[in-house]
Design a protein around this ligand. Structure first.
Ligand SMILES: [Zn+2]
Length: 329
């Protein structure tokens, strides 16, 4: 059970609180124990009162959606960053820290995705779990990040099945009474993940061999490209300050020209200006906006993780396979 750091007595307090109705009949000793344990924890730090659901905080919207599928109606799940936010270099606000200090569990992706996370949780007395734990990691092959793990492991729905297992484990420790519910929800959602994985691969199999190059702004699609058998090319490896240098843009332009790539893409959380330079210099089409580091708002194109995978597979296939390309913004 690596990486599950349970440091707070608050979970214990909740466990006692939840069991208290049954325990009351068992005698005063248990009531005394309950009182003592709550006192030891300084009362209910979440300010929820004893009957509210435990609060799980995730670092970004993709994890929040996956976690909600596992939690069902047993836990309250929220995301620290909002839809559309840049996740790698996010700067937490005092409000984020306040919110996190009242949470019962925090989930992060790990693999150095959230550069800010270590410092963020350092001063917090709240347990956290790394959901990518156990995933077969792909290394970044270029730039200054060469050899470091590519953090975007969720871009393979098969990997997200492992995320789900880690969430089931963490939620069951947080709320043992509902462990069976989490397991059952997790199993049902894993079946959906497998279905969307199969659907994605089938869809992308429709792109003819010469066009099977996925050119994006960030190197965030390594896992999806591996699963779907696409060649991955990107302007920069990981979203950071030094992205889109002239050399990086030139490299992408040369690749697109040499391989006659029909369409290129960029992601929703970064400016597509560098990719528009590639478009201008090559005559390739801008194939559309892909989602990876964030979901859209609820009324946008990808309100859920399953929508994200379907949307990206659809946009990529239409732009690369259909020279007919009906439409891209
Ligand atoms: Zn990213």
């Amino acid at each position: 059970m690596p990486n599950f750091l349970f440091r707070c007595a608050k979970v214990a307090a909740r466990t006692f609180a939840r069991g208290s109705a049954a325990c009351r009949a068992a005698g005063a000793a248990v009531v005394v124990l309950l009182t003592l344990s709550l006192t030891a924890c300084g009362g209910d730090a979440s300010g929820n009162g004893g009957n509210e659901k435990p609060v799980v905080l995730t670092t970004f919207t993709v994890l929040a959606d996956v976690a909600r599928n596992v939690a069902g109606d047993k836990l309250t799940v929220e995301s620290i960053t909002k839809a559309g936010a840049e996740i790698h270099g996010y700067e937490p606000t005092p409000g984020d820290i306040r919110k996190a200090s009242k949470a019962d569990l925090i989930l992060d992706n790990g693999l150095n995705l959230e550069a800010w996370f270590g410092q963020f949780v350092e001063g917090l007395d709240v347990p956290h779990a790394v959901v990518s734990d156990g995933v077969q990691v792909m290394d970044i092959s270029e730039d200054s990040y060469q050899g470091k793990p590519n953090p975007h492991a969720w871009m393979s729905p098969v990997n997200v099945q492992i995320y789900v297992d880690n969430m089931v484990k963490a939620f069951s420790e947080l709320d043992p009474d509902n462990a069976e519910v989490f397991r059952s929800n997790g199993d049902a959602y894993k079946a959906e993940l497998q279905a969307v994985q199969d659907e994605m691969k089938t869809r992308l199999a429709g792109v003819p061999e010469p066009q099977r190059a996925l050119v994006t702004c960030e190197g965030a699609f390594s896992y999806l490209a591996r699963d779907a058998g696409l060649r991955e090319v990107y302007i920069w490896a990981v979203n950071a300050e030094q992205q889109a240098t002239p050399q990086q843009i030139t490299r992408a332009i040369e690749y697109v020209k040499a391989n006659k790539v029909p369409a290129v893409f960029c992601e929703s959380t970064v400016s597509d200006a560098p990719m528009q330079q590639v478009v201008g210099a090559t005559g390739a089409k801008f194939g559309g906006t892909l989602y990876v580091d964030s979901l859209s708002e609820a009324d946008g194109p990808v309100p859920t993780y399953l929508d994200l995978i379907r949307h990206d597979a659809d946009v990529i296939t239409k732009a690369l396979a259909g020279a007919s390309a009906k439409a891209s913004p």
